[in-house]
Design a binder for this molecule. Structure first.
Ligand code: URA
Length: 447
């Protein structure tokens, strides 16, 4: 196989064989194909696309480039959950403990935030003492003893995806459906869970800007999972406005804990309960989705989900003294400013992308992979879509690492809020459900 032939084949709109895809990825991982040739191939894929079979082959080639975890000893009870990335998306911190409290064995590897989207590992690391780098033995022991582990991705999990993702990031080839589907699913397959629940975001703060694009991505990922013998369900959820009120690492952990106490925002509670119910339903063959939902709501009402999160935090070295208190988190930064409504009105829109960028600029995010994040930074929304406000009332507070970052974040918030003279309707959070049987739309436009 010559790399130039592979590039030419895709450039001319042909389909790669399984062998070609595996050989090309193996050669790249071994350092035998230079970045400039892989970049050319990525651009050809970006324009020509891939068939479902090619996408499945690429996924397997990426997954098999490193270690493949084996969770077979949990049979059908192992569960994983993944979000395609959003703003204020602390869903894993709520859904995973609820699912574990209702009987699933949740073994989750999470990523760090990049660009305007946050990452669960950064959020968890706001808690004093908490470690997200676990040895394989620690990871396994925690699944056995606590039933819930959320760790950073081990370096040897799908290393070819790591290489390819970094190249896509600098060659404008990230937002290609087959490349995103293969990238996400390669890590999920390598992480070993039998059951996978995906939260595919749609809207300004997400990779997929429309619900239709999100459904196409979800379909591709469900198909890949089915080919690999895993059970995959995807919910499509709204990311036009941030999820909940808090955007930023420690702020989001606090909101997640309040949600597990039953006092969280409605949209976060709804999507977390829905995702956890799907996880539990997948892991218990004889219980349907409705029974799973009852078990998950019980775990929320009784505090069992909260206790599960605390057990996980403490098992990973995090400090959380009293069950009725908070884990040990830094105070929000004293460098702060309130963003106020210029006129009386109703909030008609809160642009997730603008708020996500403001939070990243405040210090909560990173622009390069090796930068540290500031757990005390972020944006707290006081008003969301559907709320009324009077001129001069607070719409949001920005907490920043320093004065320069505060000014950049405030400039980014300009235009993030759309105010109107009449109340708009509140947003629906779950837009569709996708599994092997097809798509069920839940939003008014499609049903
Ligand atoms: N998340 C990933 O892991 N990969 C992508 O390509 C996009 C989002």
């Amino acid at each position: 196989m010559r790399a130039i032939d592979v590039i030419q084949e895709k450039r001319d709109g042909h389909t790669h064989s399984t062998d070609v895809i595996h050989a090309f990825i193996a050669a790249y991982t071994a350092g035998q194909v230079p970045d400039y040739q892989v970049s050319a191939w990525l651009m050809a894929v970006y324009f020509r696309g891939m068939t479902p079979r090619e996408t499945a082959d690429l996924t397997m080639a990426l997954a098999q480039s490193g270690e493949l975890l084996d969770l077979a000893r949990y049979g059908a009870r192992s569960a994983d959950k993944h979000s395609t990335g959003g703003v204020g998306d602390k869903t894993s911190l709520v859904a995973a403990p609820l699912a574990a409290a209702a009987g699933a064995k949740v073994a989750k590897m999470s990523g760090r935030g990049l660009s305007h989207t946050g990452g669960t590992v950064d959020k968890l690391e706001s808690i004093a003492g908490l470690r997200t780098t676990l040895t394989r033995e620690e990871f396994d022991r925690q699944v056995d003893e606590v039933g819930l582990v959320v760790a950073g991705q081990s370096g040897d999990l799908a290393p070819a995806d790591k290489l390819l993702y970094a190249l896509r990031d600098v060659t404008a080839t990230v937002d290609s459906l087959p490349l995103i589907a293969a990238s996400i699913m390669s890590k999920k397959l390598a992480a070993g869970a039998h059951n996978i629940v995906l939260d595919v975001k749609a809207g300004s703060g997400a990779f997929m800007k429309t619900p239709e694009q999100a459904v196409d991505l979800a379909r591709a990922m469900v198909d890949i999972g089915e080919h690999a013998g895993r059970r995959v369900v995807a919910l499509i959820s709204d990311m036009e406005q941030p999820l909940g009120h808090a955007v930023g690492n420690a702020l989001e952990v606090e909101e997640a804990v309040r949600t597990l106490r039953g006092a969280g925002p409605d949209d976060l509670t709804e999507i977390a309960v829905a995702l956890a119910s799907e996880m539990v339903a997948q892991t218990h063959d004889r219980r349907g989705l409705e029974a799973a939902r009852i078990a998950v709501k019980d775990a929320l009402r009784s505090g069992a989900g909260l206790r599960k999160l605390r057990a996980m935090v403490m098992a990973q070295g995090g400090q959380w003294d009293r069950e009725d208190g908070m884990p040990e988190l830094p105070e929000p930064s004293p460098v702060r400013e309130v963003w106020r409504a210029p006129v009386d009105g109703w909030v008609r829109g809160v642009d997730a992308l603008a708020v996500g960028r403001a939070a990243a600029l405040s210090g909560a995010g990173r622009e390069r992979k090796d930068e540290a994040v500031d757990p005390r930074a972020g944006v707290l929304l006081h008003r969301r879509v559907g709320d009324a406000c009077r001129a001069g009332e607070a719409l949001a507070t920005v907490y920043a690492s320093d004065g320069g970052r505060l000014q950049s974040a405030l400039a980014q918030l300009e235009g993030a809020f759309t105010l109107g003279e009449q109340a708009g309707s509140a947003k629906q959070i779950i837009l569709a459900r996708v599994d092997h049987a097809g798509v069920v739309w839940r939003d008014a436009r499609h049903s």
